[in-house]
Write a protein that binds this ligand. Sequence first.
Ligand SMILES: Nc1nc2c(ncn2[C@@H]2O[C@H](COP(=O)(O)OP(=O)(O)OP(=O)(O)O)[C@@H](O)[C@H]2O)c(=O)[nH]1
Length: 212
Amino acid sequence: PSSSAEPGCHSLPGGFSHTHFSVCPPPEMIYRHMAVIDGEMVHFEILDTAGQEDSLQIEEKIKWGDGFAVVYSVTDRCSFDEVMRLCFLINHIHASPRRSSGSEQPPVVIVGNKKDLQFDRMVSTEDGENLSKALKLPFYEISTRDSYEETVVVFNTLYQELMRQGHFSPGSFKRRTVSKLMEKIPRMQASSTLNSAGRSLSFNSFRDYIPE
Ligand SMILES: Nc1nc2c(ncn2[C@@H]2O[C@H](COP(=O)(O)OP(=O)(O)OP(=O)(O)O)[C@@H](O)[C@H]2O)c(=O)[nH]1
């Protein structure tokens, strides 16, 4: 029964013939989430990148995003070592000639996740703070497992920075054209109360991105 498993998926035989349970890496997904921030209803589209894309794909995804949470795991030094490169890549790709001189880069937040795993820690808080100071970017250490509130702060910060930059004023956001690649990525409603009215902002989240 496991012969039909996709490459990269581990198939576990089930109790019946022609039945199996597959343990696959999660598919790349855009999560739609709605939140009220500063009294405004905000619709987020959050791309959780798979982390194995080629440079063209990563470029498309960076172009699509309006703001970026560059997330590493405090238990994984390699993911931390990727942060600086990704931040430079984001700035480089968004440094379009259309941006007037002196205009700002898209909001980027550096996030150290899994701070609850204190005994497995490989990246200190100080390391994270020093990097964020060097790159002049906001920094948060969070545990998505333990704290919903800490996670919300990351997205609030990105939203508030976008509003501060004045590219989008409340009620006026218009989605830019998306590439074929981005259209193919499935969307999943993270909230049943989401509707099509209001603004929609896109955030790219890079986690444990491994370079080619
Ligand atoms: N203890 C702890 N575990 C976490 C936390 N955040 C995520 N995890 C766990 O880490 C594992 C990976 O989480 P994912 O959300 O799949 O993260 P990912 O970066 O997409 O995963 P990989 O691509 O497999 O590295 C899962 O087992 C999560 O439950 C956290 O804050 N604390």
